[in-house]
Ligand binder design. Structure first.
Ligand code: ADP
Length: 498
């Protein structure tokens, strides 16, 4: 009987399940949309029970629709939206609060307080992160402070905390395993990425009872088995990684200096920096990529807030496009932008500028500027922002970039991929299977159970796809980049009070 690896991709907007075969090809998928609620300005929540129920439903659906027997699943790999925080009752299995989603800003003040208490440097050194409401720590604090009796019950050992991977694995194992992997733990702001332990000093500062935290297990290895009740047979869970790190693994960025960029709503750039953590002078995060074969691999991470969202904005708010994909042909219909730059700093600028007061800017407009130029400038802005982060990464890591692997919805745009390669002066490689997040989880699980012998065997399986080589000459590239930097300067600080 043919064997498969089942990847659970627990995303923010949907629960997905993808079945991969030995060639790394997708054989079946199922997906269910998830609700996201916004109860107050800046608050983002999900129902943890809905996340669980949708996930088990899509797993069963894939197996039923394709008549897959449980014994045909060699292993399950898990990948998940990161940082999202869930606290549940150990005996009833009921969440005590909504899942606080990574995007939620409700704890911005708690983050400010941590900064005011002078913890910035300590937390950066220990966790590799910049203090922010984005990470799980302040979200967990919020639940302990705001749900009646939560802290007391947590101290009594009655409550458990987990990111979405922990929650789903706890459920899948019938409450037997309360675990997470280092790539997820590294996003909580509670985990020491050097000692590889929950950090006692941080837990004390934040008044978080250590007993509610999951055990940190390897990213690849048989770490649990599903309860027999779910698939009629126990299936090993053998891979876990947060979504961006899973994509880095799925893109085979296994060597230091290899990087991937996911072009979605925003962009997430991760670069493998090898076995030593690299601290950033450019506002990037230091994070754990994975812990495989007893060896931790680190990564530098930079996020761009508005990427594909700039194309959405042109489509939905400005009405210049009817479909995002149309942007490719329109951008190709003009030679260049005619000197127009769009800086999509709609919510400020992230790395390396970190300017919350920057705002969007369209500049260089002349009487000759047409719709096509603006659309092209929007696509180019994704590539320019990527270059800014990548230069920071190269500087921090003292590594020269070999190539960038691309994935995510907007990576389907050939114009963008070619321009990205041109403006970086580096090759861009887009695999045929852009489901790299799920593939990464499948790889981690498959290697652990011997479905694939090792990474060398995986290298031999083809990724197909397409390579984009830089064609632009250096002078032209530098001229365009100078224009971009000038435009960014004009956008900076715009929303600051007079
Ligand atoms: P996410 O996972 O962040 O929701 P996706 O990876 O699905 O995002 O990518 C969707 C984003 O990519 C949208 O913002 C959309 O505007 C943009 N996008 C999708 N297809 C294209 C395309 N062909 N050209 C440019 N942008 C695109």
């Amino acid at each position: 009987m043919k064997q498969y690896i089942l990847a659970i991709d627990a995303g923010t907007t949907s629960a997905r399940c993808i079945l991969f075969d030995h060639a790394g090809q997708i054989c079946a998928t199922a997906q269910k949309e998830l609700h996201v609620s916004y109860p107050h300005d800046g608050w983002v929540e999900q129902d943890a029970m809905e996340i669980w129920e949708a996930q088990i439903q899509v797993c069963r659906r894939v197996m039923e629709e394709h008549q897959i027997q449980p014994e045909q699943i060699a292993a399950i790999g898990m990948t998940n939206q990161r940082e999202t925080t869930i606290v549940w009752d150990k005996s009833t299995g009921e969440p005590i609060a909504p899942a606080i989603v990574w995007q939620c800003r409700r704890t911005a003040q708690q983050a400010d307080q941590l900064r005011e208490r002078g913890l910035t440097e300590t937390l950066r050194q220990k966790t590799g992160l910049v203090i922010d409401a984005y990470f799980s720590a302040t979200k967990l604090q919020w639940i302990l402070d705001n749900i009646p009796d939560a802290r007391k019950r947590a101290q009594q050992g009655k409550l458990l905390f987990g990111t979405v991977d922990s929650w789903l694995i706890w459920k899948l194992t019938g409450g037997k395993r309360h675990i997470t992997d280092a790539s997820n733990a590294a996003r909580t702001m509670l985990y020491n990425i050097h000692t590889l332990c929950w950090d006692a000093e941080i837990l004390e500062e934040l008044e978080i009872p250590a007993g509610m935290l999951p055990e940190v297990v390897p990213s690849s290895g048989i770490v649990a088995h599903t309860d027999i009740a779910f698939f009629g047979q126990e299936i090993p869970i053998a891979g876990i990684a947060g979504d961006q790190q899973a994509a880095l693994f799925g893109q085979r960025c296994w060597q230091p200096g290899e990087a991937k960029n996911t072009y979605g709503t925003g962009c997430f750039l991760l670069m493998n920096t090898g076995t030593t953590p690299v601290s950033s002078s450019n506002g990037l995060l230091t994070t754990i990529a994975w812990n495989v074969d007893g060896q931790v691999t680190y990564a530098l991470e930079g996020s761009i807030f508005v990427a594909g969202a700039a194309i959405q904005w042109l489509r939905d708010e400005v009405g210049l496009l009817s479909h995002s994909s149309e942007s490719e042909q329109i951008a190709n219909s003009v030679e260049d932008t005619g000197g127009v730059y769009l800086v999509p700093a709609f919510t400020g600028l992230g790395a390396p500028y970190w300017d919350a007061y920057a705002r969007g800017l369209l500049i260089g407009i002349t009487r000759a500027t047409r719709r096509e130029h603006i659309i092209r400038a929007a696509l180019e802005s994704l590539a320019y922002q990527t270059v800014d982060v990548l230069h920071g990464m190269e500087e921090d890591a003292k590594l020269a970039l070999q190539r960038v692997k691309a994935d995510g919805g907007a990576s389907a745009n050939d114009f963008l991929m070619q321009f990205q390669s041109d403006i970086m002066g580096v090759e861009v490689e887009r695999p045929a299977c852009v489901e790299t997040t799920a593939l990464g989880a499948a790889y981690l699980a498959g290697i652990a159970v011997g479905y694939w012998h090792d990474r060398e065997e995986l290298r031999a399986t083809t990724t197909g796809g397409r390579r984009f080589e830089p064609k632009m000459d250096r002078q032209e590239r530098e001229k365009l980049l100078r224009g971009w930097r000038k435009a960014v300067t004009r956008a900076q600080g715009w929303a600051k009070a007079e």
